[in-house]
Design a protein around this ligand. Sequence first.
Ligand code: FAD
Length: 443
Amino acid sequence: MSGSDRQRFLIVGGGLAGALTAVYLGRAGHSVDVYELRDDPRESALGGGRSINLAISHRGLAALEKVGLAGEILDIAVPMRGRMIHARSGELTYQPYGTEETHVIHSVSRGALNVALLAAAGRQNGVTLHFDQKCTGVDGDHGTATFQHAPSGEETTVADRVIVSADGAFSAVRRSMQKLDRFDFSQSYLTHGYKELTIPPGPGGSHLMEKNALHIWPRKSFMMIALPNHDGSFTCTLFWPFEGESSFASIRNEDDLRRFFDREFPDTVPLMPTLAEDYFHNPTSSLVTVRCGPWHVEDRVVLLGDAAHAVVPFYGQGANAAFEDVIVLDDCITRFKPDLRRAFETFYRLRKVHADTLADLAIENFVEMRDKTGSHWFLLKKKAEKALHRLLPGWYVPLYNMVSHSRIPYAEAVLRAQQQNRTIGIVAGAVLLLLVSILLGIW
Ligand code: FAD
């Protein structure tokens, strides 16, 4: 890379998107500094299994693969080949995710994934990591960012850098951009929140439920899910309204909690010895969707990942989309070098419409997961989709497959699914008409 093409990047946030961006930019020969709010997770014991876990699918793996990290991440992940639906009666129904061996999503501890990515960034020439550094604001006009060191309170100003904002849903960089003229921003919260609970490992680190599945307890207006961890445990997440008759606010003591679980999730009660402890100790967190634009200030600041487009977690795509951002941003920087303004504009144009579509899809999928996955109609629909896909693989691909097992951009996937459904509707209508005509003796 020639001297004029080599840029000095400052990445705010060393989470999933920030750490992977550092690897990409470092490999491309740029100079990269990552400033992260928290302390260095490589030095704490977080690498293990029982933390928040994520489903990584095709898009995320493609981004990891490009820099040779997919194998390492798959080694610490548990493949999930389908949904396991738990009825109140304890009856289990298994729904495979797809028709092929590759139609799998992977449960991985967010902490362990972050550690692996930061370790890769730390090994990369040209990348320097800084921890305990809280960004307090940026000046987009001058490419300047200000940080406060956590233990000492000391303030540092880093100047003359291209700033990449990867500081998550509540981004400090974005907050500074909101002061600029014509910057659009909206955020909306669901009435539901979530709380993490645990099913610990069985004897010898065994899994007490089916290991290779994403478990769902759909209960119409709320649900619980569980993802497997490597150490035999499951991380469960209860999605429930914050307020109302049946809500987090309605649980005042252990008796309330026990009654609720006995009624709604009786099969989990014997598997959750620390239920009350987890429930009353773990926070109830909110679920936010963030939309904003443009995602850049000239050639000096660019947003990506949750900082640009936080979505609710029901399609398991937030981190996958953030990783896909990294591929696209890297492509744009390489394609238009040394013109970063054009690179950032193109990145925004290529990604914004798909991020907005994903935000809608994620909210719609909440209704599908909590309300429909338990119904016979849903099961039948999934079977019909699979049969059609097997019969006409080149023409019919279920929306879930396009989102989770391909890199078809989200908005194109939705459009294609609508076209497929329209054609099926027309064909089904014609067949019905023909049958009725035959029955009535018109033909
Ligand atoms: P983050 O991972 O939030 O990283 C931001 C980083 O910036 C953090 O390290 C933070 O400490 C740092 N930071 C924040 N503020 C500052 C500051 N002022 N200064 C310096 N640093 C700062 N996605 C999936 O793909 N699949 C799933 O199954 C899935 N499940 C989810 C389940 C839940 C309950 C939730 C809440 C989310 C889930 N997601 C999932 C979404 C996923 O977690 C996010 O999309 C992903 O973490 C986004 O990565 P990011 O790097 O943009 O942001």
